[in-house]
Write a protein that binds this ligand. Structure first.
Ligand code: ADP
Ligand code: MG
Length: 310
């Protein structure tokens, strides 16, 4: 058992340019460790290099330089073991239309050298909700079913590390829920390390223990989700007053703003000012409170702050 499921050092990828086009530096020396047992989010704007990084882990893209260790196995020195430790659900729906879900899982198991006696196609089909479609042609499956089959394919060799590239992009809410509950189960019940890319920041915020953000091929943040969110310590207390005061109250460290919907927004730094201090400002201004709520920064704010400042 290793501490880190993945260890990436100085990883670079330069795609050769096509006719007359310049080469493309997709990854500029990324160092990243991903702890075993975590649900890890890899975030970044379009073209940041997320899929490149994941496809290098999966062995689908050849790195230009740097080192990759998967479950302690160096990709160059122990290609077979490092490949066996990881299962990847790709971003693209690449399924052979002539295979049934069961057939596709069996072929995949064969590719990974899983002996017949150890294959668990039925159990996997059950898990991803395709048991009743086990023998249907892949081309008759809906987009959502195909995605679930891709998840199943990533699991046939029981990898320690599961990687999902934009698993819920463009899927409906029901399927998203199902994928998330599958992922949580794999992580909790089997201790599987899960790495996912997503551009739904809300989802990363809810699902991921730790997050890395990449931008233009560089790692620009890597921390626990709660620390990343803690970076933005602006909080807002929104008060619905019984009646609007003649003049807005003011106090050091608190910004007061009247909103179009007739509420008053008090914004403050939660590390410097307490909610109690804000409320006492409200009270001494003789504002009577009909209702109150709080707002705080979410991952989207952190993300925008980090990716727009470069
Ligand atoms: P992301 O998944 O974060 O959207 P990608 O890893 O797909 O980003 O792409 C990173 C950069 O590398 C982009 O500028 C993209 O255009 C470029 N790129 C990706 N694949 C190739 C390729 N096969 N050939 C040339 N450039 C590529
Ligand atoms: Mg991508």
């Amino acid at each position: 058992m290793t501490q880190n499921a993945i260890e990436i050092t100085a990883l670079q990828k330069t795609y050769r340019g096509g006719r007359g086009e310049p080469e493309k530096h997709a990854l500029n020396g990324v160092d990243l460790s991903i702890p075993a047992g975590s649900i890890f989010g890899l975030l970044g704007p379009n073209g940041a290099g997320k899929s490149t990084l994941i496809n290098i882990l999966a062995g689908l893209v050849i790195k230009t330089s740097g080192n990759v260790k998967i479950w302690g196995f160096d990709q160059d020195q122990n290609p077979r073991q490092s490949r066996a430790a990881i299962g990847v659900m790709p971003q693209e729906l690449n399924l052979d239309p002539f295979f049934s879900p069961r057939g596709a899982l069996e072929v995949q198991a064969g590719l990974y050298g899983v002996p017949r006696a150890q294959r668990r196609s039925d159990e996997i089909l059950e898990m991803v909700g395709l048991a009743d479609k086990a023998d249907a042609y892949a081309r008759t499956l809906s987009g959502g079913m195909r995605r679930r089959l891709l998840l199943g394919k990533a699991l046939v060799h029981q990898p320690q590390v599961l990687v999902l590239d934009e698993p819920t992009a463009g899927v409906d809410i029901e399927l998203r829920q199902m994928l998330w509950s599958n992922i949580r189960k794999l992580n909790q019940d089997r201790g599987m390390t899960v790495i996912l890319t997503t551009h739904y920041l809300e989802e990363a915020e809810e699902m991921c223990d730790e997050i890395a953000i990449i931008n233009q091929g560089n790692l620009i943040a890597r921390d626990s989700t709660s620390n990343l969110l803690g970076q933005m310590d602006a909080k807002t207390l929104v008060i619905d007053p019984v009646s609007m005061p003649q003049t807005l109250p003011s106090a050091d460290g608190i910004t007061v703003e009247q909103r179009a919907n007739g509420t008053l927004a008090f914004t403050y730094q939660s590390t410097k000012t307490t909610a109690e201090e804000v409320l006492s400002v409200v009270q001494s201004a003789q504002i009577h409170i009909r209702d109150v709520k709080t707002e705080q920064a979410d991952l989207e704010d952190v993300f925008l702050k980090l990716t727009s400042s470069r």
